[in-house]
Write a protein that binds this ligand. Structure first.
Ligand SMILES: Nc1ncnc2c1ncn2[C@@H]1O[C@H](COP(=O)(O)OP(=O)(O)O)[C@@H](O)[C@H]1O
Ligand code: SF4
Ligand SMILES: [Mg+2]
Length: 321
C-alpha cells in the first residue's frame, strides 16, 4: 500500500465570478521513503495540491469537491478536526510557499520550535530545547540559532530553520512548496544539497513543489507535471528529462537551464497558463502548443498510461505506446 494515494481530486476556490475549479481530477500515489516533484508554471495548481492534502484550502477561500486522499490507510477527508490536527505536522509536515517570511518575527527561533514540539508531545521545555538544538545542527545551523530572532538570520538560514521545524516531530511525509525559490543561486544549491542529504539519511517521503524542473531533477525520484489544474505528464525523473512526451513538459525543459548537462540554447515558453475560470476548450494547452491539430481545439485528451508508470495527457500518444 502506498503511503499516500490521491484519487480523482477536484477542488475549487470561491471567487466573485463564481467557483473556480483549481484541481480537476488529480490522482497520484507516493511510496514510503520516496520523493515526488510537482512541476508547472505559476498558477497551474501546485500549491493547491499541497494545501488540499492537509485540508487547508479553507485558508484561501477554497475547498475539496470530490475525490479521496488516503494517507497510511486513513481517508483524510473523513477525519474530524481533532484527528486531522494530530496528523498535521506530526505525520505530514508542510513547509509552505514563502515559508521563510512566515517565521514569527517577535519570537526567538528556539522558542518557536519548542512551542511546536510541546503542542504535540508531552516533554519538558529542556527536552524540547535539546531536540530543537540537535535538529538545527542537523540542518547546518549552530545551536546558538536557538536564541536568534528571524530578522537576524539570512534567507538561507531561515529556510534551514523551517526545514528543522518540519522535521521536529519525525513526520512520515514532508511537503515543501517552492523551498528554494526566494533564495539566491548559491544558497539554492546549498539548500538543495541539504534536502537531498536529509531525504537520503532519514528516508522520509517527500513532495517537492517547484516551477523549476531543474530543481526537482536534483531531489526527486518521480515527477508530476501540471498544467491548468490538471496532471499532463508523470514519470521517473530521468525518463521525463530524457524523453518528455507532452509538448508542455518539453517546453518547460527548454525554458530552464539544465544544470546536469552541457549548456544548450534556451527557448522561453511564450504566453501563460489560462485563467481557470474559463479554461480553453479541448486540450487546455492548445493555444500555446506548437503541435496542435484541429482535434486538440475540440476534444479534451485523457490522461493515458504509457506503461512503466508513465502517463501523458495528449492526443499525440495512445494507451501503452
Ligand atoms: N484564493 C484564491 N481564489 C481564487 N483563485 C485562486 C486562489 N488561490 C489560487 N487561485 C487560482 O488557482 C490556480 C492555482 O493556484 P496555485 O495552486 O497557487 O498555483 P501554483 O502553486 O502552481 O502557482 C491559479 O490559477 C490561481 O489563480
Ligand atoms: S493534445 Fe494537442 S494541443 Fe494538447 S499538448 Fe497534445 S498536441 Fe498539443
Ligand atoms: Mg504555488
Amino acid at each position: 500500500m502506498p503511503l499516500l494515494a490521491v484519487d480523482r481530486l477536484v477542488t475549487h476556490y470561491r471567487t466573485t465570478d463564481g467557483p473556480v475549479r483549481a484541481l480537476d481530477d488529480v490522482s497520484f500515489t507516493l511510496e514510503r521513503g520516496t520523493s515526488l516533484g510537482i512541476a508547472g508554471e505559476s498558477g497551474c495548481g501546485k500549491s493547491t495540491v499541497a494545501l488540499a492534502l492537509l485540508r487547508l484550502l479553507k485558508l484561501r477561500g477554497g475547498g475539496i469537491d470530490s475525490g479521496r486522499i488516503v494517507f497510511d490507510g486513513q481517508s483524510l477527508r473523513e477525519l474530524s478536526k481533532a484527528e486531522l490536527n494530530r496528523i498535521r505536522w506530526a505525520r505530514i509536515a508542510l513547509i509552505p510557499q514563502a515559508a521563510i517570511s512566515g517565521l514569527n518575527p517577535v519570537y526567538r527561533v528556539g522558542d518557536q520550535i519548542v512551542e511546536a514540539i510541546r503542542a504535540h508531545r508531552s516533554v519538558s521545555r529542556s527536552q524540547a530545547l535539546e531536540r530543537a538544538g540537535a535538529l538545527l545542527t542537523r540542518v547546518g545551523l549552530s545551536e546558538s540559532t536557538l536564541r536568534a530572532y528571524p530578522h537576524e538570520m539570512s534567507g538561507g538560514m531561515r529556510q534551514r530553520a523551517m526545514i528543522a521545524m518540519a522535521l521536529v516531530l519525525d513526520p512520515d511525509l514532508v511537503i515543501a512548496d517552492e523551498p528554494t525559490t526566494a533564495l539566491d543561486t548559491v544558497t539554492q544549491a546549498q539548500i538543495l544539497g541539504l534536502l537531498r542529504r536529509l531525504q537520503r539519511d532519514l528516508q522520509i517521503a517527500t513532495i517537492f513543489v517547484s516551477h523549476d524542473l531543474s530543481v526537482l531533477a536534483q531531489i526527486c525520484d518521480r515527477l508530476i507535471v501540471m498544467y491548468a489544474g490538471q496532471i499532463v505528464e508523470t514519470g521517473k525523473v530521468a525518463e521525463l528529462f530524457q524523453s518528455p512526451r507532452h509538448p508542455y513538459t518539453e517546453a518547460l525543459l527548454g525554458s530552464f537551464p539544465d544544470i546536469t548537462a552541457a549548456p544548450r540554447p534556451m527557448s522561453p515558453l511564450p504566453g501563460k497558463p489560462p485563467e481557470l475560470s474559463s479554461p480553453p476548450r479541448g486540450c487546455r494547452f492548445h493555444p500555446r502548443c506548437p503541435e496542435r491539430t484541429a482535434r486538440c481545439e475540440q476534444v479534451e485528451p485523457d490522461l493515458l498510461g504509457l506503461g512503466g508508470g508513465r502517463q501523458v495527457r495528449c492526443h499525440l500518444w495512445s494507451e501503452g505506446s
